[in-house]
Design a protein around this ligand. Structure first.
Ligand SMILES: NC(=O)c1ccc[n+]([C@@H]2O[C@H](COP(=O)([O-])OP(=O)(O)OC[C@H]3O[C@@H](n4cnc5c(N)ncnc54)[C@H](OP(=O)(O)O)[C@@H]3O)[C@@H](O)[C@H]2O)c1
Length: 379
């Protein structure tokens, strides 16, 4: 496909957008023709001089501008959220022009709408659309994929698809240990989501329980509803292709703490957030006192962050682990999004449709992240 650009980064002026541009400048192959985009020409001009790449002005709400943007490139990656507010015309333009697309949304009702409207057409056209290509939910999706393939008896990470089977792996549990900050953009997206769709707060497992195999305690995890849904979608898409996870497969996710008391405190904090989100005065309070759009953790705190995900089989055996360095919301998120974008630009996606990273790439994306130091380990 001949286009002016291989890849355009939309929302490049925001907090994650600027980090994604820095990551692209580091990781893009020398011959990749990439550009940055956003709604503010003067901010874009400064950044385009910094990274020595062209820029495109396109507000997410201007249908003509995003239509032109999508027609000029083979791939779009987007950090312009809340996505339910700014993202729909861009996805529509990508489907129309058969431009591959990935973003950072965790807004499940919006992803459901994209599937309903665009999955069939984009599957037929071979256009790959991958929402949730940040910390939610690439690390979870790929680690579960990797462990399932191992449990099904395949040598993990060998890049071959020929021996995948649908051997049933039963129940897996993901246990996260994390250190990281929180962005104003994430809070803005969360507030908007819960205002429109209060029911999304219902998906938590509130259990606090001991995980003897890790010598830690499990607590409910804010991102679990999104990550669990993405894993279920991967399982369903792979099952359609005859290479699923088995019909009794299930996946639940938690975050861990050293003691029962700390795990119970994490659960209480999440309950409080849920309560505040459910009230309009609570949302106003969070908007007033929480981080503002465009703001996020300091460089030092981004560099001190990390994420570890342990995968437990049948509640008692650790089968695999992922270790990633950097603040999950920012460094891990932009590393994942940029690699998804580069993989799309390199023609590595195995299918079209509104899909997940496990269904589109599987082992090839794991290999890309491994080259950057992310450790996918089978126990
Ligand atoms: N998946 C994950 O793990 C993960 C992690 C972090 C963030 N996120 C999500 O990523 C999104 C961005 O987060 P952030 O921290 O980078 O937020 P942010 O700093 O507030 O950035 C938002 C971006 O959207 C742009 N924007 C606003 N209105 C627009 C419009 N009409 N057209 C085009 N662009 C527009 C902003 O442009 P201006 O600069 O001109 O204002 C800015 O570039 C949020 O939805 C957040 O929830 C996901």
């Amino acid at each position: 496909m001949q286009r002016e650009f291989d890849l355009i980064l939309q929302g490049a002026t925001g907090f994650t957008g600027q980090l994604a541009a820095a990551e692209l400048a580091k990781q893009a192959p020398a011959d990749l023709r990439w550009a940055i985009a956003g709604r503010d020409a003067s901010k874009l001009k400064t950044l385009s001089e910094k990274w020595q790449v062209p820029f495109v002005v396109a507000s997410g709400l201007d249908e003509t501008a995003v239509d032109q943007l999508a027609s000029r490139t083979r791939v779009v990656i987007s950090c312009a959220g809340p996505f339910a507010r700014f993202g729909t015309p861009l996805v529509e333009a990508c489907v129309k022009h058969q431009t591959h697309y990935a973003d950072l949304t965790g807004e499940l009702p919006w992803i459901h709408q994209l599937i309903q409207k665009h999955h069939k057409q984009s599957t037929a056209d071979g256009t790959t659309l991958i929402p949730a290509s940040g910390f939610d939910s690439v690390p979870t999706d790929l680690t579960v994929f990797h462990c399932v393939r191992h449990l099904q008896g395949e040598q993990p990470g060998d890049g071959e698809n020929s021996t995948h089977s649908t051997v049933d792996v039963g129940a897996l549990t993901g246990q996260y240990t994390l250190r990281g900050g929180f962005n104003g953009g994430t809070l803005a997206s969360g507030l908007e989501l819960y205002e429109k769709y209060p029911e999304v707060m219902q998906g938590f497992n509130w259990e606090v329980f001991e995980v003897p195999v890790l010598n830690r305690w499990a607590a409910p995890f804010l991102m679990a509803p999104v990550n669990e849904w993405v894993v279920r979608r991967s399982a369903a898409l792979l099952d359609e292709a005859g290479v699923g996870y088995g019909k009794n497969f299930r996946y639940d996710e938690f975050m861990t703490a050293k003691t029962r008391g700390r795990a119970a405190m994490l659960a209480r904090i999440l309950k409080l957030v849920q309560y505040l989100m459910s009230k309009s005065w609570g949302r106003e309070t969070l908007r007033l006192f929480g981080p503002k759009p465009g703001k996020g953790p300091s460089k030092k705190s981004r560099e001190r962050g990390f994420a570890k995900l342990h995968i437990i089989h049948s509640g008692n055996r650790e089968v695999g682990k992922l270790s990633m360095t950097g603040d999950p919301s920012n460094l891990i998120t932009t590393r994942c999004l940029v690699q998804v974008g580069l993989a799309l630009a390199a023609g590595e996606a195995q299918r079209g449709g509104v899909v997940t990273t496990a269904a589109a790439f599987g082992d090839t994306l794991i290999s890309r992240l491994r080259l950057l130091g992310d450790q996918f380990v089978i126990k």
